[in-house]
Design a protein around this ligand. Structure first.
Ligand SMILES: NC(=O)c1ccc[n+]([C@@H]2O[C@H](COP(=O)([O-])OP(=O)(O)OC[C@H]3O[C@@H](n4cnc5c(N)ncnc54)[C@H](O)[C@@H]3O)[C@@H](O)[C@H]2O)c1
Length: 248
């Protein structure tokens, strides 16, 4: 059954893992909605790539997932433009790493706001439309940091653990309406987010990965596509780690 003609919203879809998820779902024939703080012109290239990959319809919308009014307005616009909302991938995320004793409250607030509050707002608003159509797939991007913690990432790990608790609760609340909610927890994936890490930090990560390589955005997209599939109807509240075996 796949994702053919399903309307898929991907937050942070303008680059990195979000872009790879959009392309994967586009290749399956889904209609693609990119939601990102990036200007629509910057998203235009990814929109073109999605169309080339097989999306019958693709469009980018500027959206800050932390802004409730923005989320309500844009999701409603998408529903009008695309005629429904079937799949929501909460991928937008940021890091502001520092050790606990040095972490500024502003760094804590920024990360919790985008990663956790943003995911909550998107779930809340998109769920209204999914409940009406009695069908839906929510996939939240967490992190192995949220599973096992990571020095220097108190804010990030807390936000991603929060995403896992949120996912399980959404799964329980919406199960009766045929809406599933699952999470994907990436390990070390090569994107702009990890490109800024010092070489010794990357080397340390590499030593903890049994498969001995960094992950690619496409590795994460594979797991997202599995949860987003019409056929994954009996799987909810679950987490798949895409981490080369880092956490088992
Ligand atoms: N790269 C990794 O190793 C890794 C590991 C674990 C989890 N993750 C998670 O995967 C997701 C994607 O990460 P990535 O590596 O592709 O990062 P990235 O920085 O390359 O891309 C993140 C995207 O989110 C968008 N974004 C940021 N704030 C936003 C907001 N307020 N509203 C809407 N969009 C916003 C950015 O513009 C960007 O396009 C994140 O949730 C991240 O925490 C990444």
């Amino acid at each position: 059954m796949g994702v053919k003609n399903r309307v898929a919203l991907i937050t942070g879809g303008g680059r990195g893992i979000g872009r790879a998820i959009a392309l994967k779902l586009a290749a399956g024939g889904a209609k693609i909605v990119l939601l990102d703080v990036l200007d629509p012109e910057k998203m235009a290239k990814v929109v073109e790539e999605c169309t080339a990959a097989g999306a019958p319809l693709a469009k980018g919308y500027k959206l800050d997932v932390t802004n409730e009014q923005d989320v309500e307005r844009v999701v409603d616009q998408v529903n009008t433009d695309f005629g429904g909302i079937d799949i929501l991938v909460n991928n937008a995320g940021i890091t502001r790493d520092d050790l606990l004793l040095r972490m500024e409250v502003s760094a804590w607030d920024a990360v919790i706001n985008v990663n956790l509050k943003g995911t909550f707002l998107m779930c809340k608003v998109a769920a209204r439309y999914m409940i009406r159509s009695r069908r839906g797939r929510i996939v939240n991007i967490a992190s192995v940091s949220g599973l096992v913690g990571n020095p220097g990432q108190a804010n990030y790990a807390a936000s991603k653990s929060g995403v896992l608790g949120l996912t399980k609760t959404v799964a329980r609340e919406l199960a009766g309406r045929n809406v599933t909610a699952n999470a994907v927890a990436p390990g070390f994936i090569e994107t702009d987010m990890t490109a800024v890490l010092p070489a010794e930090v990357k080397e340390k990560f590499m030593q903890t990965i049994p498969l001995k390589r960094a992950g690619q955005p496409e590795d994460v997209a594979q797991a997202v596509a599995f949860f987003a599939d019409d056929d994954s109807a009996y799987i909810t509240g679950q987490t798949i780690a895409v981490d080369g075996g880092m956490v088992m």
